[in-house]
Design a protein around this ligand. Structure first.
Ligand code: ADP
Length: 348
């Protein structure tokens, strides 16, 4: 028989503390002026805060927040908040801002696991290494290009051409890595530009017209002139251009490529269709992995870095959109991006 145990129903201060510990690592209550009203005792161990020195002071004047000077609102949510500690280490937190009463809000800070901290460091390393590599590669590429144009049909012509091509490849990989880590860092973000997608697609098609002609392909562009998007023009340009270039590159000479930009359901749909070689179901699962290529040799020959579809995925994710692939070996491929209603703009 269940016993009505009173101690099971009452809460001790220890229980309350445990509840707070479960909710977040650090809990801070702020007033409407971002002054600290109350903080949970873990802030004492984490930040070395003392109640009499902290309560009533603006959070941005208190260490370690004084080092980052951020507005504590929803804009910070989802972005890792990395704070420099007095010990010299950096600790990263996930931040949630919860309205507490009309004029007060709770800050909930949960420390990222060790694995995430390592990932953040690795990402920083990739960004720094890419930046460092960019300048020497540009200089090297410039000199090689000059040498190629000056060298006659001598024995060095071919090796110089290969070196120039390879340095261009390296520069492209470094640029793609920078673009990708920028997108990963941004995550899902509320981009607010009004993007003229029809104009963007015409501009891209125009820039690939020489390549399309060279490959004797048929290129159909079916665009709803009134359909725009709320987002970031540069990020969307990367997504659309990678999908278009892939269709042109991997479709055989004389093939057909069709681009659709139209309203579908409640939102807007971008679709690229080709009658190229198609992609097996097993390969489709791995296509958006970094550096994954179905045919390494062919991708290299066509100047691919293996990062194109990872960039597409990152760019679409930043617009609350996922990439859908429909393909069968020997039957061509279709790549879809279905943008949600809240990002679609109909211009009349
Ligand atoms: P890459 O730089 O190699 O083109 P991507 O990430 O853009 O890298 O694409 C990954 C791989 O997916 C390519 O190497 C290619 O094998 C395959 N792929 C991409 N688009 C198509 C397509 N339209 N038709 C056939 N295969 C494709």
């Amino acid at each position: 028989m269940a016993r009505d145990n009173k101690s099971e129903r009452s809460l001790s201060s220890n229980d309350l503390q445990r509840i707070l510990d479960t909710v977040a690592d650090v809990v801070i209550l702020l007033d409407s002026q971002s002054r600290v009203v109350w903080f949970e005792r873990s802030a004492k161990t984490t930040f070395g805060w003392k109640r009499n020195r902290v309560v009533g002071r603006e959070i941005n004047r208190l260490y370690p927040f004084s080092k980052v000077q951020l507005p504590f609102d929803h804009a910070l949510e989802g972005v890792p908040l990395c704070l420099p500690m007095r010990s010299g280490e950096t600790r990263c937190f996930r931040l949630e801002v919860v309205p507490f009463s009309k004029r007060r809000q709770l800050l909930l800070l949960s420390e990222h696991g060790k694995q995430l901290q390592t990932e953040i460091r690795q990402r920083e390393f990739v960004v720094n290494a890419s930046h460092e590599l960019r300048t020497p590669l540009t200089i090297l590429g410039g000199y090689l290009e000059q040498l190629v144009s000056q060298e006659g049909p001598g024995e060095w012509r071919r090796p110089l051409e290969v070196m120039s091509l390879q340095s261009e490849r390296m520069r492209q990989i470094v640029d793609d890595m920078l673009l990708l880590s920028g997108l990963e860092q941004a995550g899902e973000r509320a981009y607010q530009e009004s993007v003229n997608v029809p104009e963007l697609l015409y501009e891209l098609a125009d820039s690939y017209s020489i390549l399309i002609k060279k490959r004797q392909q048929r290129f159909n562009l079916e665009v709803d002139q009134h359909l725009w998007l709320r987002g970031a023009t540069d990020v969307l340009r990367s997504a659309f251009s990678n999908l278009m270039v892939n269709a042109i590159k991997y479709t055989q000479k004389g093939g057909t490529i069709t681009i659709h930009w139209q309203s579908v359901g409640e939102g807007a749909q971008f679709m690229v269709k080709d009658d190229g070689p198609g992609i097996s179901a097993a390969d489709q699962q791995r296509l958006t992995e970094r550096f994954y290529r179905v045919d390494k040799g062919r991708s290299r020959e066509l100047g691919g870095t293996g990062l194109g579809l990872s960039i597409v995925q990152g760019a679409l994710q930043a617009h609350e959109t996922t990439l859908l692939i429909k393909s069968e070996l020997g039957k061509g491929s279709r790549f879809y991006a279905q943008f949600p209603e809240n990002l679609s703009i109909v211009k009349r």
